[in-house]
Write a protein that binds this ligand. Structure first.
Ligand SMILES: [Zn+2]
Length: 468
């Protein structure tokens, strides 16, 4: 099976070149011009950009949370991802308290295996960092899971203390594994939550107060200090605060191996969204929640000065109205009080075109930097490169044929995510994926879905994670 994509402008993190792509058996076989078209399927990509498929390094498909489960599974989430130009993602497998890391990974592999339509991998979330758990780390690396996550938030559920955090990141580093951290101060959140509820402050906007800027910034500063103490590399997930960005910047200027991720919602949404009449604000409840205008501005700056390495989504959708037939319980669980609202927002389909529209069309970043943030850096940091994350000879043919002129209005009624609202409802973007392929197989062709459950493969990752 051979395919040629011709006449497109190929954009990678390093180059922008007019060249044709020869694909054979799912792999990029050659780049150049004037390939023999005999026996090949030929795609004329005149007028388009050819980009590496997006890699979302932070998602939660079919994730249990607060008595329900996120509404996209490994099929619906993958279909939505593909329509939005994302061809691979790294989801979080959770360790169950009292159980092993290996079993956590096994459970998530089981969820994904028959449903997957795009390629995927897993991080393991360490929720019970006993001595036994920490000793299990080398075995996890052999499974191709080369990154783990700890939580400084969710007191009494996922939260680890500072001792366990430092021990875990040290052990991980010794085994070539990268530690990721959800950096919000869980003790402070628990205390603020208790106080707010005692005062009868149950409106949605109080979620922002319980997760205020200082609560995130404190934890990020602390986490960066632990990098200095342990010398272990650290990746800070979903940075939403200006002082958090600044802490990472300072750490990097000292030469510390610390990296930062942000999510697309923090570029577009502020805490005003939670402060709306009625229950509307629940749609935007996630942890950390979006913050002030000045934080948003600081995150944009972090993207341009390279303090931030990756653009993710933290995709974790819940129905706004989960009471309808066939739906899992959703945001309505929190109708009486913000603290009962399942935490998470949808975004896996929106990330790639939204960043293009907001950052490339406006000239804030170059198309090459766009590729870096959405694909190449996640691949390099998490040991997927150069199999994924670029267009090069020998790489998987995970390709987006992107129409930079196409206008698309984002609407819940037409998006492919299995959720009844969209954070960007009614927004029109310029630039949209026209064709999307994974390992040479066309999954999306215009509005048509050609993908299938079971095609997506688990990707075992390498330990040569690059520190960027
Ligand atoms: Zn997350």
């Amino acid at each position: 099976m051979k395919t040629i994509i011709k006449n497109g402008k190929v954009i990678t993190a390093g180059d922008t070149i007019f060249q044709d792509i020869l694909i054979e058996d799912g792999i990029i076989k050659a780049l150049g011009k004037n390939f023999s078209e005999e026996g090949c399927e030929v795609i004329d990509a005149e007028g388009t950009y050819i980009l590496p498929g997006g890699i979302d390094p932070h998602t939660h498909l079919e994730m249990p949370f607060g008595g329900t489960v996120s509404s996209d599974d490994f099929y619906t989430g993958h279909k939505a991802a593909a329509f939005g130009g994302t061809t691979c993602h790294i989801d979080f497998a959770l360790q169950t308290k009292g159980d092993s890391l290996t079993n956590g990974i096994r459970t998530w592999k089981e969820k994904a295996k028959d449903k997957a339509a795009i390629d995927y991998s897993f991080h393991i979330a360490v929720t019970d960092p006993t001595e036994e758990t920490i000793e299990e780390i080398p075995a996890i690396v052999k499974e191709g899971v080369t990154s783990l996550k700890v939580f400084l938030a969710y007191k009494g559920v996922f939260q680890v203390d500072d001792t366990a955090f430092m021990q875990t990141m040290t052990k991980a580093a010794e085994n070539g594994m990268l530690t990721m951290v959800h950096a919000e101060n869980g003790d402070a959140i628990a205390l603020k939550t208790k106080e707010l509820l005692e005062e009868g402050k149950t409106d949605m906007k109080y979620h922002s107060e319980a997760h205020c800027e200082a609560i995130e910034a404190e934890a990020i500063n602390r986490a960066v200090s632990f990098v200095e103490i342990t010398k272990a590399p650290l990746y800070i997930v979903h940075i939403a605060s200006g002082n958090g960005v600044e802490a990472v910047r300072k750490g990097r200027r000292k030469g510390l191996p610390v990296m930062g991720e942000t999510c697309i919602q923090y570029l577009y949404i502020t805490d005003d969204a939670l402060d709306q009449p009625g229950f509307e604000g629940a749609k935007y409840i996630c942890s950390p929640p979006p913050k002030k205008e000045e934080d948003k501005k600081a995150i944009w700056e972090g993207l341009t000065d390279k303090t931030i390495q990756t653009m993710a989504t933290d995709h974790c959708p819940f129905w706004f109205d989960g009471t309808k037939e066939g739906r899992t319980p959703g945001k309505e669980l929190g109708k009486g009080s913000w603290d009962k609202v399942p935490n998470g927002v949808p975004g896996i389909e929106d990330r790639y075109p939204l960043l293009w529209d907001g950052a490339v069309n406006t000239g804030i970043i170059t198309p090459n930097r766009f590729v870096e943030l959405t694909s190449t850096n996640p691949a390099k940091i998490f040991g997927l490169y150069p199999k994924k994350g670029t267009i090069a000879v020998g790489s998987d043919a995970d390709i987006v044929i992107f129409d930079p002129e196409k206008k698309h209005t984002i609407e819940a009624s037409t998006h492919h995510m299995n959720v009844d609202y969209n954070l960007y409802e009614g927004m029109t973007v310029t630039g949209w994926p026209q064709k999307v392929m994974v390992r040479g197989k066309l999954l999306v062709d215009g509005d048509d879905w050609l993908g299938e459950a079971g095609f997506g493969e688990f990707v075992a990752r390498k330990t040569e994670n690059e520190i960027l």
